[in-house]
Design a protein around this ligand. Structure first.
Ligand code: HEC
Length: 98
């Protein structure tokens, strides 16, 4: 198994497995998304407004900007570089309003 396959397996397991471990913590997400709001909060036309987007969509979108993911955008790849899957879940819960 290559490292890329291992990462893909880990990511899909994280997305598919249900349970508390993957449930995002909106309060933690509020703190972790401070650097995102400049571009993504309502009223700013430079990026999509994330408020109210579905939690699962947000998690998948965030992880897709990681290197090797399905979304290519240099700004966003830099923004999500340091985020773990848990961070993504927390941030998604925050923007989804959960
Ligand atoms: C400098 C501005 C900027 C910052 C800061 C920024 N983003 Fe983005 N973000 C963008 C742009 C531009 C896009 C659209 C990129 C594209 O075309 O794929 C985007 C796209 C996204 C999307 C996909 C939205 C959709 O409609 O599918 C998500 C989710 C996202 N960003 C999350 C974040 C998170 C989480 C952070 C903070 C860790 C963050 N962004 C910080 C500019 C920014």
């Amino acid at each position: 198994m290559t490292m890329k396959m291992l990462v893909a397996a880990a990511l899909s397991a994280a997305v598919i497995l249900p349970g508390a471990a993957m449930a995002g913590d909106a309060a933690a997400g509020a703190a972790k998304s401070a650097s995102c709001n400049g571009c993504h909060r309502a009223g700013n036309p430079t990026a999509p407004v994330l408020d109210g987007m579905p939690e699962m969509y947000l998690v998948n979108a965030i992880m897709a900007y990681k290197p090797g993911g399905t979304r290519q955008n240099p700004t966003m790849t830099a923004m999500v570089a340091a985020l773990s899957a848990g961070d993504a879940a927390d941030i998604a819960a925050h923007y989804a309003g959960k």
